[in-house]
Design a protein around this ligand. Structure first.
Ligand code: NAD
Length: 502
């Protein structure tokens, strides 16, 4: 069954969005908008129309040097790390307030740039970005060391304590799927800890990061504390990762690039955190509320066109309810029929780029070749943008690429199971371990699966819920370290031990 239809045109942009899109390509370094050292530019597309709408700087090696030098001196002279934490917190809260004031414009820019529906960016991306900053701002004044009584030395002669210090200059590289949210998730803990930073947005989605730079300037951060560079990963990103004056790299993106970054950051022994890919299972147990579970499974994979690191891309439904769950997802699918991002009725937009469209359609074709059957979707509707219909594949086996690899599109593979141990084993049969959703009304089943599944987050009767106070990150090849919560600020801190002979 397919849902092909012609996609309507993307509605007109607002005046505010056109102003941002039409601005001169520049970089935000040392508190100022500056020209690049060369003329190279990156084209920015609207994935709802496939048209080039803007150009941003393709940062050069010299631009990278300039940004790192600015962040280095802003860190070394203590203009941020020695500022009273109350002041740091105040400036961060001011930034959160400014994001709030510009929420509508930011949601539109995100929709134009990434292709996600503006309505979704308004209720998900922008408020979540703001709450990341508000939450982490609160940590600025609560970072303390401890005194520890010596164990092998006499306490009367030795006094020991620890202090927490910011790690230094941070490079923060983010992907295109939640551009502003990922950017804020990165800068917030670094700033609260007293670090300075260089943020590099994905080349596909730089617009909200550039607006963020305006708001950083307005919020009153000292020059050089936040620097924002647009550029390609293999050039600017790589130079940043290898730079000897950088102390830490925080990266969110694909597992392959994460592995390369880890290798490239090793020579200078940089601190590193990696938030990488996933192939998250959604498990529907026989006692679940099937209607709710099917609806939840549909949004677990179709939300953000499946371009979500924790997308529920492997569905496991108990044999006794398998057909009803699939029927429920197929019934829910039309709600996710893709539309242009600025269409008020849009629930799901296009994929981010032509490259991503080819990749996802390539996986669907491979799945069909390998013997999978298409329950719903499987095609790309006619139109100029990069649209794929919500797709469910059945009759799959664990060897197929559609089951093993991260597709990063609105494509779910559905499999049957008979008992809890079998499904836990199947769920863990992956190189990834980012998230898992479990649908059951039985508390004991829930806890058993939460314990057996190797993933950074387990959701019960929901999927992909995140909160700034709750740590997020991956097991296995889904990453290293955690973001959010107290654990999220730790990677931005060193521990110094002081031992005094009395
Ligand atoms: P990507 O790895 O291609 O790119 C991510 C960023 O890395 C971009 O800014 C890019 O310019 C940069 N980059 C690329 N090569 C680089 C290099 N050699 N050195 C330094 N920087 C480099 O990923 P993507 O396609 O933009 O994003 C999709 C991936 O991100 C998916 O795998 C998804 O699962 C993952 N992701 C993970 C999380 C998480 O929290 N775990 C969240 C969102 C996305």
């Amino acid at each position: 069954m397919t849902q092909s239809a012609t996609i309507p045109a993307q509605p007109a942009y607002s005046e505010a969005a056109r102003k941002v899109i039409g601005r001169k390509p520049q970089l935000f370094i040392n508190g100022d908008w500056v020209d690049s050292s060369h003329d190279a530019l990156i084209e920015v597309e609207d994935p709802s129309s496939g048209k080039v709408i803007a150009h941003v700087v393709d940062a050069s090696g010299k631009d990278v040097e300039r940004a790192v030098a600015a962040a280095r001196s802003a860190f070394d002279d203590g203009r941020w790390s020695n500022m009273p934490p109350m002041e740091r917190e105040r400036i961060m809260i001011r930034l959160a307030d400014l994001l709030h004031d510009h929420a509508d414009e930011l949601a539109e820019l995100e929709a134009i740039d990434n292709g996600k529906p503006k309505g979704i960016a308004t209720v998900v991306d922008i408020p979540a970005a703001i709450s990341e900053i508000r939450y982490m701002a609160g940590w600025a004044g609560k970072l303390t060391g401890e005194t520890a009584a010596p164990y092998a030395m006499p306490g009367e002669q030795v006094f020991g304590y620890t202090v927490r210090e910011p790690v230094g200059v941070c490079v923060q590289i983010v992907p295109w799927n939640f551009p502003l949210l990922m950017a804020c998730q990165k800068i917030a803990p670094a700033l609260a800890a007293g670090c300075t930073l260089i943020l590099k947005p994905a080349e596909q989605t730089p617009l909200t990061a550039l607006r963020l730079a305006d708001l950083v300037a307005e919020a009153g951060f000292p020059a050089g504390v936040v620097n924002i560079l647009t550029g390609y990963g293999e050039t600017a990103g790589d130079l940043l990762v290898r730079h000897p004056d950088v102390d830490k790299v925080a990266f969110t993106g694909s597992t392959d690039v994460g592995k390369a970054i880890r290798r490239n950051a090793t020579d200078t022994m940089k601190r590193i955190t990696l938030e990488l890919g996933g192939k998250s299972p959604v498990i529907v147990m026989p006692d679940a509320d099937v209607k709710q579970a099917a609806k939840g499974a549909a949004s677990a994979i179709f939300f953000n066109s499946g371009q979500v690191c924790v997308a529920g891309s492997r569905l496991f439904a108990h044999r006794s309810i398998f057909d009803s769950v699939l029927e429920g997802i197929s019934t829910a699918a039309p709600r996710w029929t893709p539309r242009p991002a600025l269409d008020p009725a849009a629930q799901m937009g296009p994929l981010v780029s032509a490259e991503q469209l080819d990749r996802v359609m390539g996986y669907i074709a491979a799945g069909k070749r390998d013997g999978a059957s298409v329950v719903t979707g499987g095609d790309s509707p006619a139109g100029d943008g990069y649209f794929v219909n919500p797709t469910v594949l059945a009759d799959v086996n664990p060897q197929m690429s559609v089951v093993r690899e991260e597709i990063f599109g609105p494509v779910v593979v559905a499999q049957r199971f008979d008992d809890l141990d079998e499904v836990a084993k199947a769920a863990n049969d992956t190189a990834y371990g980012l998230g898992a959703g479990v649908w059951t009304r039985d508390l004991s089943t829930m806890h058993k699966l939460a314990s057996k599944i190797k993933a950074g987050t387990i959701w019960g009767n929901c999927h992909a819920a995140i909160d700034p106070a709750l740590p997020f990150g991956g097991y296995k090849q889904s990453g290293i370290g955690r973001e959010q919560g107290r654990q999220g600020i730790e990677p931005y801190l060193e521990t110094k031990t002081v031992i005094l002979q009395l």
